[in-house]
Design a protein around this ligand. Sequence first.
Ligand SMILES: [Zn+2]
Length: 317
Amino acid sequence: MGVERYNGVGRVEYSKSVRGKASRWHEVLGDAGRDEEEAPDDDPEGEGAYPEVQFDDSGPGIEELQRALNRHADSGSLDLWEIDVDGTYGPLSHGLAVEVVYRLGVYTRRIRSDALSSYAHELIIGPERRNTTQKQRAKQRAKEEPAAAGEPRIVSAADAGIRTRAVFGRLGPQTRVSTHYSAGPRARNLAEGLRIAREHDRFHASKGWGGSSYHFNIPDTGEIICARPVSQKGAGVKAHNSNNVHVHFYGTTGDRPTQAQIETAKWLFANAHTAAMPSGHRTDRDLRQADIRGHNQWPDQSTGCPGHYTPKGLGLK
Ligand SMILES: [Zn+2]
């Protein structure tokens, strides 16, 4: 099975068994894993006019960067989301930055999961430092095939800015699945989903859970935001977390799943074990064969969770 790992110098990479198969993942992350055989020498070492940027950096320079990212996102040929210009560099800014750098035809190997290199920063503000090879590569990337029809967009935990620790040990064989709501606001789009997922990650970390207790999050628009790797036991259900994969929908009592959430839930349960998923979030089996329940359908639970986000309400049973 493929292993998702951080190589310590600038990118996440994957074992050979995964490379080239998780097209959706690549589209989100950039080209990590795809360029390894190519010479890395066409990226100037990043001692440019703009500083390295890290999560939670703020100020006018970040606003300038965010405006430049939105210009790229809005430039027509790129089907990208725009971000709020709030002057703080967070996971949404970083996710867009990684995508823009990839689309500009530049290796993403020096972009860390939580920081942007000086060179990448400069490139986003003004891409004229690109060489011919990079421009040709950008043209190739613009022609890349979109993912298969019906396949939702998948955002890796790294791109979402979520890194959990296995404080509860290993999940074990993935024989059970729980659906949850957050008892909080809906996430009306990917941007809100990412923001709230990161809030959950911080909140759950503050409880000593090692970060997000959910393995997957699905906003109203049907993207899959990966959080805790499926190798790690979470903390979603009292006394029933072993072997239990937690799938979270944003909302509370009275909220109902959107059609996009229903379609994505069906897709996820049928495909979570396939190469369409990032390796850290690939299950050990077809989840349709697991024991799937809403949170309060396990014994001895006193909670309104998952409200209408039950397996039945999500069209899974
Ligand atoms: Zn729950």
